[in-house]
Design a binder for this molecule. Sequence first.
Ligand SMILES: NC(=O)c1ccc[n+]([C@@H]2O[C@H](COP(=O)([O-])OP(=O)(O)OC[C@H]3O[C@@H](n4cnc5c(N)ncnc54)[C@H](O)[C@@H]3O)[C@@H](O)[C@H]2O)c1
Length: 286
Amino acid sequence: MDRPEIDLAGKAAFVTGGGGGIGRASALALAAAGADVAVVDVIPERCDEVCTAVRAMGRRALGIPGNVMDSAMVAEAVEAAAAEFGRLDLLVNNAGGVTWRAFGDLTEKNWRRHIDLNLVSNLAATSAAIPHMIAAGGGAIVNVTSIEASRAAPGYAVYAACKAGINNLTRTLAVELSEHGIRVNAIAPDFTLTPGTMGNYTGPVDESTWPDMGGERGEILRRRIPAGRAGIDHECGNLVAFLASPLASYITGTIIPVDGGTWASGGWIRSDSGKWVLPPEMPRQG
Ligand SMILES: NC(=O)c1ccc[n+]([C@@H]2O[C@H](COP(=O)([O-])OP(=O)(O)OC[C@H]3O[C@@H](n4cnc5c(N)ncnc54)[C@H](O)[C@@H]3O)[C@@H](O)[C@H]2O)c1
């Protein structure tokens, strides 16, 4: 038996929001596995940085600066990637984001921005990519959803609704596209260290500006996440590359948590003593 290997040689991939965080990590993991990679990102210098890193691995790269909330731009970007590489096999619908605010304080403009960013961008890229994947004889789509798709998410209502929509889109398209050899899966991260979660919203990714995640922040994560720490973007990127690859040839329609065990813990946290409790901790009888 051959040694199992994530092998994407000869494949071409398109990653939304691929300039930073989970999208960047996905682009680099796909390239490391052999794929040519196109990234679209609203920050041009992040596109350039990722393309340089992809080319340094000996792959072809295409950076497309643009805002995924513009569906026409997304469709054009997918066409540009397919033209550049002569094919398109893999799509990572990663771009998304959220601003914390109670639902009652949101306006219709806020709802629509969340929906455009998180859901419509996914529909636009998927719709444009499917004909190319059919022409290539099959493909793989990996959606980046969230743990918030599967639980109540106070302060993130519209975002969570979009992510829940993506979960079901993942299952539905897995079935609809199966006859074309296109697999559709999703990854569901919990708190992951990325430019977005670290407040690095503009310019190049610059980890020197990120807050210290030790001290009180580290202690909160240690208590809340069974793995005892935040996720790292490459832990998502590795799963994206696996799901995109032939190693996952019999996996479609799944939503896989990348969350250090948060989903499994279902609200249990580590207490001061290290014991697992449902907060607030009940005083023991006797
Ligand atoms: N980081 C987390 O803790 C976490 C947890 C669960 C789910 N997610 C999901 O993972 C995905 C990536 O999250 P992240 O934290 O890596 O993102 P991020 O905020 O760090 O941004 C990643 C990249 O996307 C680009 N981007 C943002 N808006 C864009 C737009 N409108 N058009 C084009 N590019 C845009 C940014 O410039 C950045 O380079 C999102 O869908 C997010 O909802 C993240």
